[in-house]
Design a protein around this ligand. Structure first.
Ligand code: WQD
Length: 338
């Protein structure tokens, strides 16, 4: 069964492509490599021993996208292609509205004439804004997003829900991720931030490996038990498996639009992440406390009961596993990039 994976060379996309192949699907990657590296395709082939078909296309290029869909006639789509740095979106909102919203609309226009059975959309816990209560359930009201990134995910969900109302033959699933971290257990694929990392875990890795001098922690005066922000850090392979199970559910049976939290159900503070990394690896993280960062919410983590009951999905890895795998990948990158 052929599955189009937009952004398939990216962090979550590449791990999902590996899991799709392991489950017998035939993924085809569409990626313009603005946020990913081409050599990752070879790495995926090395892990799966399968050739990977890919098209180097911007999802905004409707003509080219139509050519690919005509050629591939896929049964399902997993749409990852988007920008995803909360703080970057505050400084460059138009980039986010163009890539995350107008390119989604372009994609929908392309698939109109195809019989897509399952459409899986990469959404985000940022749609909840600053929740009144945690853990958040799918029924927790979404509030004003704290960043343009969160706005684009709220809009994406609304656009898709409205559009697929009149398309009962295609099963829509919106996956609200929490904080994806870690790397493949082989250490052969992982997160590849372009330039200075926006996210905490890659910044920790680059500080520990000496690429960065110091990690700045954006505030420790929040109303949380230790004053540091709390997030739900989910292993990227657990997240990838959730995508495959969701896609499978959509291609095998007709269902109402699904909105699912994909998180571990546990919250960890920034300090706990740093200390867990140090305990797991014996490495030291040089960090300093800085000002709060625009767009950050103090605390959010998932109630993941729904995805467990609908798909039988449960996270396999814990925070320590994810940080160890991320560290193994950080050391591998040196060899691959030289
Ligand atoms: C986590 C914590 C920072 C960097 C991410 C993704 C977003 C979405 C949700 C999927 C915060 C602190 C960070 C640093 C720091 N996932 N931090 N110093 O902002 O929760 O968003 O998860 O859609 O796509 O970006 O993740 O890792 O940037 O921040 O102190 O150098 O780490 O303040 O409290 P965030 P993050």
């Amino acid at each position: 069964m052929k599955i189009i994976v937009t952004g398939g060379a990216g962090f979550i996309g590449s791990h999902t492509v590996v899991e799709l192949i392991d489950c017998g699907y035939d993924p085809v990657i569409i990626d313009d490599f603005r946020n990913s590296e081409k050599f990752i395709l070879k790495q995926i082939e090395g892990i799966t021993s399968k050739p990977i078909k890919h098209y180097e296309i911007d999802c905004g290029n409707v003509k080219e996208m139509k050519r690919v869909f005509k050629e591939e006639n896929p049964d399902g789509i997993i749409h990852f292609a988007a920008d995803k740095a909360v703080n970057e979106s505050v400084n460059n909102p138009l980039k986010y509205y163009e890539n995350n919203v107008s390119n989604l609309i372009n994609l929908i226009k392309v698939i109109e004439e195809y019989d897509i059975k399952s459409f899986v959309f990469s959404s985000s816990c940022t749609v909840y804004g600053e929740p009144d209560s945690i853990p958040v359930k799918e029924s927790t009201p979404t509030k004003a997003a704290f960043s343009p990134y969160g706005e684009t995910k709220q809009m994406g969900e609304k656009i898709l829900l409205d559009y697929f109302k009149n398309k009962p033959t295609c099963n829509l699933s919106l996956l609200r991720y929490f904080n994806p971290i870690g790397a493949h257990r082989t250490g052969e694929i992982g997160e590849l931030p372009i330039g200075v990392p926006n996210n905490l875990v890659p910044f920790i890795m680059q500080t520990a490996s000496g690429k960065r001098n110091v990690l700045t922690v954006f505030g420790n005066d929040y109303d949380t038990p230790d004053g540091y922000c709390i997030r739900d850090y989910i292993h990227v392979v657990d997240l990838a498996v959730a995508h495959v199970l969701t896609l499978k559910h959509g291609v095998e049976q007709v269902h109402q639009p699904l909105v699912l939290n994909v998180g571990t159900g546990k919250g960890h503070s920034v300090l706990e992440v740093i200390r867990t990394f140090e305990e797991q690896t014996g490495e030291k993280v040089n960090f300093q406390i800085g000002e709060r960062r625009a767009g950050d919410v103090p605390s959010i983590y998932a109630d993941n009961a729904l995805i467990t009951s609908v798909l039988g999905w449960k996270p396999k890895y814990n925070l320590g596993d994810a940080l160890l795998h991320a560290w193994k990948w950080e050391q591998r990158i040196q060899q691959l990039m030289n």
